[in-house]
Unconditional design. Structure first.
Length: 144
């Protein structure tokens, strides 16, 4: 079971993703989804204070999906997202994944995330898994 601060940040993340997305296009994992055995949830902390969370979902023995990246409002622009992404990619490499994938949205709310992924070498790709392409979604992959 996640700590209360993690639960609160994930709940905030999910609410903001739903608020910023057209109906049926937000796929942020809720708390029960993050408790699945196929998901690793990472926390970034400073002196015990939660700065951010990120998750890696195992899709197969060779692929993982980045889920639920969120930096706490009090920690924005401090490199938390980059640190979490670096650790997620390192875990994916340790597991022998050949690539990591992710789905995100478009628009102002999603611009910081899109810049982060592009800056780290992610490239656009076709929808994967059960995702359906819409005018709102963007799909990325990173070959490892």
């Amino acid at each position: 079971m996640a700590d209360n601060d993690v639960r609160s940040l994930i709940t905030l993340h999910q609410r903001r993703m739903y608020d910023a997305s057209p109906p049926g296009t937000s796929f942020a994992l809720d708390l029960s989804g993050l408790e699945d055995a196929a998901v690793i949830v990472l926390e970034a902390r400073d002196a015990g204070a939660l700065l951010g969370v990120g998750a890696l979902l195992e899709l197969s023995a060779t692929e993982g999906e980045i889920k639920s990246m969120r930096t706490a409002d009090t920690a924005l622009r401090r490199g938390v997202g980059q640190s979490l992404l670096d650790r997620i990619i390192a875990i994916a490499r340790e597991r022998g994944y050949r690539r990591v994938l992710l789905e995100t949205g478009t628009g102002e709310t999603f611009e910081p995330a899109n810049r982060l992924y592009l800056r780290n070498g992610f490239t656009r790709c076709a929808p994967f898994g059960a995702y359906a392409e819409t005018d709102f979604n963007i799909f990325y992959e990173l070959a490892l």
